[in-house]
Design a protein around this ligand. Sequence first.
Ligand SMILES: Nc1ncnc2c1ncn2[C@@H]1O[C@H](COP(=O)(O)OP(=O)(O)OP(=O)(O)O)[C@@H](O)[C@H]1O
Ligand SMILES: [Mg+2]
Length: 140
Amino acid sequence: MKTVNLESLDALSIFAAEIAGALKPGDIFLMDGDLGAGKTTFVRTLCEHLGISNVSSPTFNIINRYDSDPLSVCHMDLYRCESEMSIDLLDLDEVFARPNTVFFVEWASRLGRFMPETYMKMNWELGEGECRTISFDSGT
Ligand SMILES: Nc1ncnc2c1ncn2[C@@H]1O[C@H](COP(=O)(O)OP(=O)(O)OP(=O)(O)O)[C@@H](O)[C@H]1O
Ligand SMILES: [Mg+2]
């Protein structure tokens, strides 16, 4: 397990740039943690580093897709999947099979049987002010 402490939004941007520079097609980031800790802000900031500028929260759409060259981004938020809709309707096996794509899933603990085989787990914790703690764990 690796832990990163971010002390500001500027630190988030540097962190997001590092991750953006190391992405490979098929990478999957499964994100959980505190409400409002910064999962969406992280994906938005990372996408800016990839040249994608119109990232909004997928809380209502569930799945947002940004086609881009060389890497497309698929940004999901499963927050509403527990109560309002069944995750079975999302055809996630097909979603995760999209080529040249990297995947970011908020509230990923709700994936259930759609949990992919290989992924990076990120747990987001709120701190004081702009402080955030992210714990990583690679799962296979
Ligand atoms: N270091 C930081 N990293 C990320 N966000 C930060 C940081 N400091 C402050 N913030 C602010 O915290 C808020 C995080 O909101 P965001 O919607 O990204 O959280 P979230 O984890 O996606 O929430 P939800 O669980 O509701 O989906 C934003 O307003 C952002 O500007
Ligand atoms: Mg969010």
